[in-house]
Design a protein around this ligand. Structure first.
Ligand SMILES: Cc1ncc(COP(=O)(O)O)c(C=O)c1O
Length: 389
């Protein structure tokens, strides 16, 4: 009997999705398990897509994405990060952040290679490593006082002759942790020293609450790396512009990887949808005011949930600087999936179980606070009552 390839059989299921599927079969759930805003895509972006269709952006585009979008991305990096990129050779538009991660990692790993992954993290990074028939080695961020850190001793001990890359996410999903500039430098030095690729998932860089001014991004690793460094940045329109369903992202990479990723795109997806690319271009150019409004609301939501959580028994929760998640640790919790399942069935609050996020995640739950107060307030109250029972 022919069977499914062992290389894909061993790719783990997403435990966030497993919980979500129970929730989706129920009515009236306060849904805080997925990583997306409850706000619809802003109208100016929708109008740009309609206009793009009318203007004929319904045909195939270049595998690397529309040249005009790549130029807009280069201008965006210049404006916001002070980083010069060549739009023709160093930027590849992808059909989402997850596809940028997929094609980027595919360019770096051979079967049997190993990848260091800083966790707790969105599970897709480790799963994509597994899809490349390579092995993810998860290194947990220890919580020291009120801040997560990078365990460089554990990283050093995990390096083997098969280690090829290190993946980190800043701002982090699920921690909201943001790598400090010295930590970025240390990661870069570590990778240079060990001859590793450094893959930075920066999809949440605009959701940053500790800058001098709301709207300033987290400084990109690209400010520290040269264009010859073995560095890849994964990015997306999903989070900054409420465009999760549009599937547009990008990869910034050394030119040899960008060239290979462009070629591989042909066989994976060819390119992101043409009119969605055009709408994404408009988001980059016109999106700042709307983005800042969203950040003001997210920051208020974060503080509301943080205050509520800090009043609950047996909960420890550091104040996150970025993204739109809180990752409270609950004393004595050793089965976060079962906790979230019971919470869902008994109170109709849907959270993501910490165990879904790999090493260091068990014992916590993830709350996505990109929802309205009318959802967050009752959700926090029900969680408080559940924990107090
Ligand atoms: C850390 C991280 N990277 C990448 C993505 C990918 O986003 P998308 O595929 O919607 O662009 C997500 C989505 O949740 C994420 O949390």
């Amino acid at each position: 009997m022919p069977h499914i390839a062992r290389s894909v059989e061993q790719v783990p299921h997403s435990r966030i999705r497993e919980l979500a599927e129970i929730a989706m079969s129920m009515d009236g759930v306060l849904r805080l398990y997925f990583g997306e805003s409850n706000l619809p895509t802003p109208d100016y972006i929708k109008r740009a897509a309609v206009q793009a269709m009318a203007d004929g952006y319904t045909f195939y585009t270049e595998n690397a994405g529309l040249p005009s979008l790549r130029r807009a991305l280069a201008a965006y990096y210049q404006r916001l990060q002070g980083v010069e990129l060549n739009p023709e050779t160093e930027i590849v538009v992808t059909a989402s952040g997850v596809q940028a991660l997929q094609v980027g990692i595919r360019c770096l790993l051979d079967p049997g290679d190993e990848a260091l992954v800083l966790t707790p993290a969105w599970p897709n990074g480790s799963s994509i490593v597994a899809m490349a028939s390579a092995v993810p080695r998860q290194i947990a961020h220890p919580l020291c006082g009120d801040r997560y850190r990078i365990d460089f001793d554990a990283l050093r001990s995990a390096v083997t002759p098969r280690t090829r890359m290190l993946l980190y996410t800043s701002p982090s999903n699920p921690l909201g942790w943001v790598a400090a500039e010295e930590e970025q430098q240390q990661l870069l030095d570590f990778c240079r020293q060990h001859g590793l690729w450094l893959v930075a998932d920066e999809v949440y860089d605009r959701l940053y609450y500790s800058a001098a001014r709301l709207g300033e991004p987290v400084p990109s690793i690209l400010r520290k790396a040269t264009r010859d460094d073995a560095v890849l940045v994964v990015h997306s329109f999903s989070k900054s512009y409420c465009m999760t369903g549009w599937r547009v992202g990008w990869l910034v990479a050394r030119s040899d990887v960008a060239r290979k990723a462009t070629q591989l795109n042909e066989f994976i997806i060819s390119h992101a949808p043409s009119f969605a690319q055009k709408a994404a271009e408009t988001a980059l150019i016109e999106g700042e005011a709307e983005l800042v409004r969203m950040l003001e609301r997210l920051k208020e939501n974060r503080d509301l949930c943080l205050d509520a959580l800090r009043g609950m028994p047996s909960v420890t929760v550091p104040k996150p600087d970025g993204a739109f998640y809180l990752f409270p640790k609950i004393d004595g919790l050793d089965d976060s999936f079962e906790f979230c399942r019971r919470l869902l069935l008994e109170t109709k609050v849907g959270l993501a179980p910490g165990v879904a996020f790999g090493a260091g995640g068990e014992g916590s739950v993830r709350i996505c606070y990109a929802a309205g107060r009318e959802i967050l307030e009752p959700a926090m109250e029900r969680l408080r009552r559940f924990l107090s029972a």
